[in-house]
Design a binder for this molecule. Structure first.
Ligand code: FES
Length: 170
């Protein structure tokens, strides 16, 4: 639906800005810069290198810390939010946004699937929920490609399950 897409864009932008743009302040870039009160945005963190990735084979990672598992995967065709020479590398949390069950990547249809209550999320559409009990899309780790081929996570769209905001205590 056209209207929902606009709403989703607005919500993602709001979260990307770390809730800090409220009140007319200038929009923050990803990652969110340090803010008053000892809180900061998610750090940049290398997840893999281009040479580590094969098409449609997920690689387990953690971001922004060991309590937050995820996958980075080269999908084989350019997608929204994809990085790399082919615009096809994406990364997601593997904690289901419903109740935190561990998601599994299905290479057959490029979705992340929950064994708990069967929610499904589209890896080709920025983690859009396509079925199930969850009430939000999957947290997507925003990526940046470095000159040496390293793929770094630089931020998060949507909330990682169990967390109350896209900022960390520093
Ligand atoms: S925990 Fe994933 S659908 Fe309920």
């Amino acid at each position: 639906m056209k209207g929902c897409g606009k709403l989703e864009l607005g919500r993602r932008q709001f979260l990307r800005n770390g809730l800090g743009a409220v009140g007319g302040a200038a929009a923050a870039a990803v990652p969110v810069p340090a803010a008053a009160g000892g809180r900061s945005g998610y750090p940049a963190q290398v997840l893999a290198n281009l040479r580590d990735l094969a098409v449609n084979v997920p690689r387990d990672i953690h971001y922004p810390d060991t309590g937050s598992p995820g996958v980075v995967v080269k999908l084989g065709a350019a997608v929204p939010g994809g990085v790399g020479p082919d615009g096809d590398i994406v990364a997601y949390s593997t904690l289901c946004p419903h109740k935190g069950y561990p998601l599994a990547y299905a290479a057959s249809d490029k979705t992340l699937n929950c064994p708990g209550h069967f929610s499904r999320f589209d890896a080709e559409k920025e983690g859009q929920q396509v079925w199930g009990h969850a009430t939000q899309n999957l947290a997507m780790f925003r990526l940046a490609l470095r000159p040496n081929g390293d793929i770094a996570a630089v931020g998060v769209d949507e909330l990682i399950y169990g967390r109350i905001g896209n900022v960390l205590e520093s």
